[in-house]
Design a binder for this molecule. Structure first.
Ligand code: UD1
Ligand code: CA
Length: 455
C-alpha cells in the first residue's frame, strides 16, 4: 500500500519494573513489538519505521529484518517528538499510519477500516470505554465533528466525562506531517510534545478528521504494567482457543491452553487441560494430547496418543504411537509408526523404528533403533565419553534386557538378545544371546550378622 507506517516504541515502560525493554516483553511467546510489526507488514507499507530509545540496542538486535527503518529517540519528550524522529525516514508524499509498540493486538481489518474511512483526510481510531481514565479524550462539537484530543492530565472536569478515548492509532494525510510536527509545543501538564495536538491543527487547517473503531476494545488495550500484559495474554489465548474450537478441535477447557507459536490440527484432535504449545506444532487427525504436555516444534502423526506430562521438543512422533506419561523427546527424536515410549524415557537425536518399544526409564541418545525392538527398563545408551558423542545401532527385532548399558560406538545385530544387566562394549552378533554379568553364587543357610546387645 502507498503508506508510511511508524511504530512508536521508545517509551521506557517504567511500570513494568523490568530490565527488559517494554517492546521485548513477550505476549504469546513473541515480543510485543513483533505483534505490531507483523500486523503492520500485512498492510504492505512503502516504509516501515520504528522509533526506539529505551533499551535501544537490544530492541534493534531482536529485529534484524531489513525492511525496518530505525529512528532513535534518545530522550522521551512525548509522542509528537517521537514521530518527528522518524520524519526523515518517511516519504512525505504518502499518508502516515501511527501505531504503538505497546498496543500489540490491533487487527489488520481494523486498520484497513481506518484507512478506508479516512481516505485522503485524517483518521483516528477511537473507542468508547466505560472507564476512560488515563486516556486522551476525543472532543467533538455540537455537530459531532472532532475538534481535538485532550489528555486526561490537561482535561477539565466535563472533558473527563467524555467516554470516547483516543487509542493513539491515527492516520495522517500526506504532505502535512513535517509542518504539523514542527508546530507542536510542550506547554501542557506533562511538558511533552503531544502528537495528539495535531488533531486540533488539522481542524484549524480545514482537514476533515474521521473516526473508525476497533471490532473489540481489547484490540486497542495497551500494556503499561504486568497486570495489563497478563490480561491481554488471556484475551489473546482465548482468541486462539476459540479459533481451534470452531475448527472442530476438542479442547477440555479453552481457558487452559497456551499457544506460543502456531498450532495446526487435523480432524478429531483432542487436547486436555494445561498444555503449552510453542514454535510450529502440527497435530494430525485423531491425535490425543493428555493433560499438561509441553510441545514445541513437533509433528505428531495421525492417531498418536500423548499421555499426561509428556515433553516434546524438536521431535516427530509416528502414526498411532503411544508416548508418556512423563516421556521426554528431545531434538532429533523420530518415532516411526506404532512406537511406544513410556514413563521417564528420554530420547535424543535417535530414530526409533516401527512398533519398537521403550516403556520404562531409559535413555536413548544418538541411536538408530530398528523395527520391533524391545528396550527394557533402565537401558542406557552411553553415547558420551566426556568429550565426544558416539552412535549406537540396534537392528530390527532386537531384545535389550533391563538395566543394560550400550557403550557406543556399538551395534546390536538383527534379532540379538541382550541379557538383563549387560554392559555391552563390543558389537553383538545377529541372533545371538549376549550376557555380561557375574554368575550367581548360592551360599545355602546364610546367617545374617545380628546386632550386639548394648553394654
Ligand atoms: C497516549 C496518547 C493518549 C492515548 C493513549 C493511548 C499522547 C500525547 N497521548 O498517551 O491520547 O489515549 O496514548 O494509549 O499521545 N512513546 C515514545 N516516545 C515518547 C513517548 C511515548 O516512543 O517520548 C511511545 C511509547 O513507547 C508508547 C506510545 O508512544 O508506545 C504511547 O506513549 P505513552 O507514554 O504510553 O502515552 P500515553 O500517555 O499513554
Ligand atoms: Ca500508554
Amino acid at each position: 500500500m502507498s503508506l508510511n507506517i511508524v511504530i512508536l516504541a521508545a517509551g521506557q515502560g517504567k511500570r513494568m519494573y523490568s530490565a527488559c525493554p517494554k517492546a521485548l516483553h513477550p505476549l504469546a511467546g513473541k515480543p510485543l513489538l513483533q505483534h505490531v510489526l507483523e500486523t503492520a507488514r500485512q498492510l504492505h507499507p512503502a516504509r516501515l519505521a520504528v522509533v526506539y530509545g529505551h533499551g535501544g540496542d537490544a530492541v534493534r538486535q531482536a529485529f534484524p529484518e531489513d525492511d525496518i527503518l530505525w529512528a532513535l529517540q534518545s530522550e522521551q519528550l512525548g509522542t509528537g517528538h517521537a514521530l518527528a524522529q522518524a520524519l526523515p525516514l518517511l516519504d512525505a508524499a504518502l499518508p502516515t499510519l501511527v501505531l504503538y509498540g505497546d498496543v500489540p493486538l490491533v487487527e489488520q481489518a481494523t486498520l484497513e477500516r481506518l484507512l478506508r474511512q479516512s481516505g485522503e483526510d485524517m483518521g483516528l481510531l477511537t473507542v468508547n470505554l466505560d472507564q476512560p481514565q488515563g486516556y486522551g479524550r476525543v472532543v467533538r462539537d455540537e455537530q459531532g465533528g472532532v475538534r481535538g484530543i485532550v489528555e486526561e492530565k490537561d482535561a477539565s472536569a466535563t472533558e473527563r466525562e467524555i467516554t470516547e478515548i483516543n487509542t493513539g492509532i491515527m492516520l495522517l494525510p500526506k504532505n502535512v506531517l513535517g509542518e504539523w510536527l514542527a508546530g507542536l509545543n510542550n506547554e501542557n501538564a506533562q511538558g511533552e510534545y503531544y502528537l495528539t495536538d495535531v488533531v486540533a491543527r488539522a481542524v484549524a487547517d480545514g482537514v476533515r478528521v474521521h473516526t473508525a473503531h476497533p471490532a473489540a476494545a481489547w484490540e486497542v488495550e495497551g500494556v503499561n504494567n504486568k497486570l495489563q500484559l497478563a490480561a491481554l495474554e488471556r484475551v489473546y489465548q482465548y482468541q486462539l482457543a476459540e479459533a481451534l474450537l470452531l475448527l472442530g478441535v476438542h479442547l477440555a477447557d479453552p481457558a487452559r491452553i497456551d499457544i506460543r507459536g502456531r498450532l495446526t490440527c487435523g480432524r478429531e484432535v483432542s487436547i486436555d487441560v494445561g498444555c503449552v504449545f510453542s514454535g510450529e506444532v502440527r497435530l494430525e487427525e485423531d491425535v490425543e494430547v493428555g493433560p499438561y504436555c509441553v510441545i514445541r516444534n513437533a509433528r505428531i502423526a495421525a492417531g498418536a496418543r500423548l499421555a499426561a506430562f509428556t515433553h516434546i521438543d524438536g521431535a516427530q512422533v509416528g502414526a498411532n504411537s503411544v508416548v508418556g506419561p512423563y516421556a521426554r523427546l528431545r531434538p532429533g527424536a523420530e518415532l516411526a509408526a506404532g512406537a511406544h515410549v513410556g514413563n521417564f524415557v528420554e530420547i535424543k537425536n535417535s530414530r526409533i523404528g516401527v512398533d519398537s518399544k521403550a516403556n520404562h526409564l531409559a535413555y536413548i541418545g544418538d541411536a538408530e533403533v530398528g523395527a520391533r525392538v524391545n528396550i527394557g527398563a533402565g537401558v542406557i545408551t552411553c553415547n558420551y565419553d566426556g568429550a565426544n558423542k558416539f552412535k549406537t545401532v540396534i537392528e530390527d527385532d532386537v531384545f535389550v534386557g533391563s538395566d543394560s548399558q550400550l557403550i557406543a560406538p556399538v551395534r546390536v545385530g538383527k534379532g540379538a538378545t541382550i541379557g538383563a544387566g549387560a554392559t555391552l562394549t563390543r558389537d553383538a552378533p545377529a541372533d545371538a544371546l549376549v550376557v555380561s554379568r557375574a554368575r550367581q553364587n548360592v551360599i545355602a543357610g546364610w546367617k545374617r550378622p545380628v546386632k550386639k546387645p548394648a553394654e
